[in-house]
Write a new protein. Structure first.
Length: 230
């Protein structure tokens, strides 16, 4: 569903991506792992149309979206789960869930959201400010599902969360995958990445150093941790 070919990106004169080729299929969970500064965030920003100093090609659902602005990519079904979670603190959980525009007939209803995220059903009237980190992450994911996005791009969904909450996020990603939605996630937590993903790309200095399926990734976990300096 997503095909990225020879993507290069710059910040002024400084080149951050040096010809990145990656893909995500429907119902596939793919991670981008790499050290700080490897280019993971830049790559995701290029995919959603927020970084414009680029060359190469991005195709989504068979359509060339290279050069297409961010709001039109979102309308086409690219859903970005922001790392700052982008929740409106003054609104309740339910009001946050009612905001997103519907972009496809796969948009989740409130009932579907509350069934998949019982934590949010319990907190539906609570203001955004009072949510725990895990609840905020769930709300951020649920809001994107409310649009009917066909591809979810996530920036470190496990960051800063307790292990039990990380496991819950993993279960939610598995549910999303089962609906045929593709997921591309930036992830520094190698153990979490190995539990949720089908494939992985190791990004190093703006290049894909290695592409691994999950069994190979698990086998080389120690080596990867060493590379990532974790
Ligand atoms: N706004 C910016 N202006 C100039 N250079 C930038 C900017 N943002 C990122 N870079 C540079 O681009 C390269 C890739 O950074 P990027 O943030 O994409 O890496 P990352 O893998 O997401 O790292 P992190 O895990 O720290 O977010 C780095 O060399 C970084 O210094």
């Amino acid at each position: 569903m997503l095909e990225v070919t020879d993507l290069k990106a710059w910040y002024g004169e400084a080149q951050a991506l040096h010809g990145v080729t990656v893909s995500v299929e429907k119902g596939e969970v793919v991670t981008l792992v790499g050290r700080n500064g490897a280019g993971k965030t830049t790559l995701v920003r290029c995919l959603i149309g927020l970084h414009r100093q680029v060359s190469g090609a991005v195709s989504f659902l068979g359509r060339d979206v290279t050069g297409v602005p961010a709001h039109r990519r979102a309308r086409a079904g690219m859903g970005w789960v922001q790392d700052d979670r982008g929740i409106y603190a003054s609104l309740s959980v339910e009001e946050n869930l009612l905001l997103p525009p519907r972009v496809s007939d796969r948009a989740w209803t409130l009932e579907q959201v509350y069934e998949a995220f019982p934590e949010l059903a319990v907190r539906r009237k609570a203001p955004g400010t009072t949510l725990s980190g895990g609840e905020q992450q769930m709300l951020a994911i649920a809001r994107v599902l409310r649009t009917g996005a066909r591809l979810l791009l996530m920036d470190e969904p496990s960051e800063g969360l307790a292990p039990v909450v990380v496991a819950r996020i993993g279960a939610i990603i598995a549910e999303i995958k089962a609906t045929g939605v593709g997921v591309l996630l930036i992830e520094q937590n190698v153990k979490f990445a190995a539990t949720v993903a089908d494939r992985h790309y190791l990004l190093s200095q703006g290049r894909i150093a290695t592409a691994l399926d999950n069994s190979e990734f698990r086998r080389r976990e120690g080596e990867l941790l060493e590379h990532l300096g974790i």
